[in-house]
Design a protein around this ligand. Structure first.
Ligand SMILES: [Zn+2]
Length: 170
């Protein structure tokens, strides 16, 4: 790989990442790709990206379904992962290790994540930011859904609005 991309510098992190270390790692990055398979990791990455204003490219695949999301958190009006999937929301945790995944899906979504990351870094074209791209591999159907910032999002929303919505506003 280095003969094809001699300028690439890979730094492996071979230890478990916790809340503090994820914050430090995200702070050093220009962009973050979430390729994890569980909500606690997804939300920890999202929180760090919101705090550090780093773009987050998240991909998910389970069975025959896949999703691709870009959260360009450099922009104040961009939604975050928690706007779409709130941390306290009732989302059923399904993991590939339990439910299985149609193997080509991970390659498709991984390649598209890489493509969106390169576009964001190079400032090319229109990013997927603000849209959720959904692939149903069984019927070979793609669709895209608009995603808006949730002003009362507990992670990226306005603190004043959040307090007001919780009935404890100033
Ligand atoms: Zn949010």
């Amino acid at each position: 790989m280095l003969s094809i991309n001699p300028d690439v510098n890979i730094v492996g992190v071979d230890r478990r990442i916790d809340a503090q270390s994820v914050e430090n790692l995200v702070a050093q990055a220009d962009i973050v790709l979430d390729c994890s398979d569980n909500f606690p990791t997804r939300h920890a990455l999202n929180r760090a990206c919101v705090r550090r204003r780093k773009p987050l490219v998240a991909g998910a695949a389970i069975r025959f379904d896949a999703q691709l999301m870009v959260f360009d958190l450099r922009r104040a009006d961009a939604p975050c992962y928690a706007c779409l999937f709130p941390e306290d929301g009732e989302v059923e945790e399904v993991q590939c290790s339990v439910m299985g995944v149609f193997a080509p899906l991970t390659a498709v979504i991984g390649a598209m994540q890489a493509g969106e990351a390169i576009k964001l870094l190079a400032g090319i074209g229109e990013s997927l930011s603000g849209r959720l791209l959904i692939l149903d591999a069984k019927s070979a159907q793609w669709r895209s859904v608009r995603v808006k910032k949730d002003p009362s999002c507990k992670i990226c929303g306005s603190p004043l609005l959040r307090r007001a919505n919780n009935g404890a506003g100033p």
